[in-house]
Design a protein around this ligand. Structure first.
Ligand code: AMP
Ligand code: ZN
Length: 121
């Protein structure tokens, strides 16, 4: 049985950005949408996405560079809205199978709210 969002061409994050699937929205502008991750990996765990369907960082190119720039500019805006992020945060984007990407609509995890523990890099 297909979920209703799989019955047309919009992916789950497109549906969230369009308000067709409920989410805990924290920020929205013309290009971007940010909402709380349903399975938080830190005290604060927000997903920031472009409203446009871009599959992953592999799809970033000259044609969508303006959108990507707007998404990057939204990171400090989102962070400034969350008091728990004032002492810092980490941004992660999993790209492709080996990185464990599970939703193929570009998204940036914004994590914080406590010391992040051991760094990978
Ligand atoms: P990734 O594994 O990097 O592709 O990240 C996908 C993220 O989307 C995971 O952290 C999931 O917990 C999160 N996620 C999946 N579905 C939803 C949803 N409906 N609302 C909020 N977060 C979601
Ligand atoms: Zn999408």
């Amino acid at each position: 049985l297909k979920r209703f969002w799989e019955e047309n061409n919009m992916c789950i994050f497109c549906k969230i950005a369009a308000g067709e699937i409920p989410s805990s929205k924290v920020y929205e502008d013309e290009f971007c949408f940010a909402f709380k991750d349903i399975n938080p990996q830190a005290p604060v765990h927000i997903l920031l996405i472009p409203k446009a369907h871009i599959e992953s960082m592999n799809e970033i190119n000259d044609d969508n560079a303006e959108i990507i720039g707007e998404v990057m500019k939204a990171i400090p805006k989102v962070a400034s809205l969350i008091p728990e992020l004032k002492d810092g945060y980490r941004v992660i984007s999993n790209c492709g199978k080996n990185a464990g990407q599970t939703v193929f609509h570009l998204h940036f995890h914004i994590l914080g709210g406590s010391e992040m523990g051991e760094k990978i890099v």
